[in-house]
Design a protein around this ligand. Structure first.
Ligand SMILES: Nc1ncnc2c1ncn2[C@@H]1O[C@H](COP(=O)(O)OP(=O)(O)OP(=O)(O)O)[C@@H](O)[C@H]1O
Ligand SMILES: [Mg+2]
Length: 212
């Protein structure tokens, strides 16, 4: 059976794409055969994983060649392929992976300026593609959860689907990356909270796939 292809995308940089790609790869690899494809020339996902002492439970491949990226759907032996993309609205890598994507996850912080840019992207790039998608609020300040709720409401009013789960901002995420460890295997301050956030996201998007 062809693998399910999950693309993590936002034209903006620093919004949590790589953090989401690596952490979801680790969570899903507990139950499925997962390949994480790093399609960003910055290769941050690869940087993260190669810093770890222990190899992850998923495979990782750095691939920016559009011809090869376009053939990912025909790879056998994986249930799920997660693709981390560069922070650009148009790139050869993105043009290659959008046509094969089964689902797009669009991470963004809840700040109004970030949301406005993403709304523009959804209307101009994502909606015309017809690919199922959800916005994921990331780097949410736990002292101002109201901002995340306001962002979710605004997206709902614009008919843009957003995950009910969101990812709060914890230093734990930076530290886990520095140590080369996915958050679910990381121990330290706020590890439980940071893990729970991504586990909720994984549960929610998996329910979406089962319903579709
Ligand atoms: N929930 C979070 N809490 C705290 N820090 C976070 C969180 N998510 C991401 N970060 C940090 O924010 C920075 C950017 O995150 P990340 O690299 O995942 O974004 P990105 O969208 O992939 O960036 P780029 O566009 O450069 O590829 C990193 O230092 C990361 O550790
Ligand atoms: Mg990145």
């Amino acid at each position: 059976m062809a693998p399910h292809i999950l693309v993590i995308f936002n034209g903006k940089g620093g919004v949590g794409k790589t953090t989401t790609a690596v952490n979801l790869a680790a969570i899903f690899s507990e139950t499925q055969a997962v390949l994480l494809v790093d399609a960003d020339p910055q290769a941050s996902a690869n940087w993260w994983i190669t810093r770890g002492q222990k190899p992850p439970d998923f495979d990782i491949s750095t691939e920016t060649n559009p011809t090869l990226l376009g053939k990912l759907k025909s790879i056998e032996n994986y249930d799920l392929i997660i693709i981390d993309t560069p922070p650009a609205l148009s790139s050869e890598a993105l043009s290659a992976v959008l046509p094969i994507a089964d689902y797009l996850l669009l991470p963004t912080p809840p700040a109004p300026m970030d949301i406005a840019a993403l709304v523009h992207t959804v209307k101009n790039t994502i909606n015309p593609s017809g690919i199922p998608h959800r916005v994921l609020l990331t780097k949410v300040d736990s002292r101002s959860l109201g901002e995340a709720l306001a962002a979710q409401n605004m997206l709902m009013e614009l008919n843009i689907p957003a995950c009910y789960a969101f990812v709060k901002s914890y230093k734990a995420h930076e530290r886990a990356a520095l140590e080369g460890i996915p958050i679910i295997h990381w121990n330290g301050r706020n590890a439980d909270e940071a893990q729970a956030d991504y586990i909720r996201v994984a549960d929610e998007i998996q329910t979406d796939w089962k319903d579709s």
